[in-house]
Design a binder for this molecule. Structure first.
Ligand SMILES: [Zn+2]
Length: 54
């Protein structure tokens, strides 16, 4: 299965769970870039949260 990567507007490449910051303040958890706090699209966040460097 191909891994998902997401290029944030700040230039960071988000690839693993630890590249994201979880925001649980809303009804549904959302994910943000840990560098710049820009929200990541939900589907992308849901994929990335399962990815860990092995
Ligand atoms: Zn960013």
């Amino acid at each position: 299965m191909a891994s998902t990567t997401y290029r944030c507007v700040c230039g960071a490449e988000l690839r693993f769970r630890q590249d994201l910051e979880k925001d649980e303040s809303g009804v549904y958890p959302t994910w943000k870039c840990k560098d710049c706090q820009t929200p990541v699209p939900g589907k992308i966040g849901e994929r990335l949260k399962h990815q860990h460097p092995s």
